[in-house]
Design a protein around this ligand. Structure first.
Ligand code: FAD
Length: 296
């Protein structure tokens, strides 16, 4: 395994934003993981766990960490729709294997990123969340220096969140492998769902550099509705702008910085608060240079 130095984070985030990571490596196997952890310990480096980078807004200062880019992607169909999927597996890759076994992962497969990232954030769409097909996961426990299995209750899933949103947990555990229980369906029905869902995404969501929905939907309704009604569609700071197609998609035209995006998002947050007394909180993880989540 190679540990690289001073790697630009731009191409590892769907936002295309970020400075450089001090240290960066790709993890394919348990041996890679052990080697990386030893290196981090010897050099007193904090770790940052990177999946598909589709929900992250890196700092313009980059990361003073060792980034572990999880690329482990073995999928095993154990029996009767129970699949073991390694954390670095892309959501779309699961679809291919599950469809062959006549098991349905169609809706969730349209979400960008990896299964590890999806479990950490309980990714989902209106019709289904990852927690609905989740059974258990194998985690690496950095405190005990061993792998362990945790059942669903441990994850404390909520709307676009899990126990991995608690720093105490995300600092201690790495999601290594996930067990899913997928319902039976015919390949024809699976294709049908896929086709119609991709058509909806194409119609409603813009294409480009983004982290998906920027704000979580508040209890009062859809974040996109409040943003649109507050005149945020098309609003911009530098190269950061709110999409004309979907007001909750904050985009990077070309060279937006984290600062531009934060400034624009703060303005939107303030405008919605003043107009509707509704508080919007970011769904995208805004990171500081130590890989910790920052508030807006
Ligand atoms: C165009 C677009 C559309 C989107 N649509 C949706 C949608 O419909 N629904 C939805 O829920 N999301 C959506 N998203 C957001 C994003 O795809 C999801 O949040 C996704 O699950 C993030 O997975 P990832 O692998 O990219 O995680 P990353 O962005 O790499 O990481 C997210 C967080 O998870 C942690 N993490 C990642 N892997 C692990 C691991 N193995 N162990 C421990 N922690 C880990 C990271 O440290 C980080 O804190 C969209 C994004 C884009 C760009």
């Amino acid at each position: 395994m190679i540990i690289q130095k001073n790697i630009s984070l731009k191409k590892f985030s769907t936002f295309g934003v970020g400075g450089t990571a001090d240290f960066f490596c790709e993890i394919f196997s348990k041996e890679d993981l052990q080697e990386a952890l030893t290196f981090a310990e010897k050099n007193s480096l904090p770790l940052f766990i990177l999946g598909g980078g589709s929900n992250l807004l890196f700092s313009d200062k980059g990361l003073r960490c060792l980034v572990l880019h999880l690329k482990n992607n073995t999928i095993t169909h154990l029996k009767d729709g129970v699949f073991e999927v390694e954390a670095g597996t892309k959501m779309g890759e699961i679809l291919g294997i599950s469809k062959k076994a006549q098991r349905d992962f169609s809706l969730l497969s349209t979400i960008p990123g990896t299964i590890g990232g999806a479990v950490a954030g309980n990714a989902g769409i209106k019709e289904q969340e990852i927690q609905e097909v989740f059974l258990s996961a194998t985690l690496y426990d950095r405190e005990k220096k061993e792998f362990c299995t945790k059942e669903k209750e441990f994850f404390d899933f909520g709307y676009r969140k899990s126990i991995f949103h608690t720093p105490k947990i995300s600092d201690r555990y790495i999601i290594w492998k996930v067990s899913l229980n997928l319902p039976a369906n015919t390949p024809e029905k699976i294709d049908e769902t896929l086709k119609s869902y991709f058509a909806i995404r194409k119609e409603k969501q813009p294409w480009g550099k983004t982290g998906g929905s920027f704000f979580s939907n508040p209890p009062e309704g859809a974040a996109g509705f409040f943003l649109e009604q507050s005149g945020m569609k098309g609003a911009c700071v530098g190269d950061a702008f709110f999409s004309e197609k979907h007001a909750n998609f904050l985009m990077n035209k070309k060279n937006a910085t984290q600062e531009d995006i934060k400034k624009l998002a703060k303005t939107a947050q303030k405008t919605v608060k003043e107009k509707y007394n509704v508080t919007l909180t970011p769904e995208v993880k805004i990171l500081n240079e130590w890989g910790k989540r920052e508030e807006l």
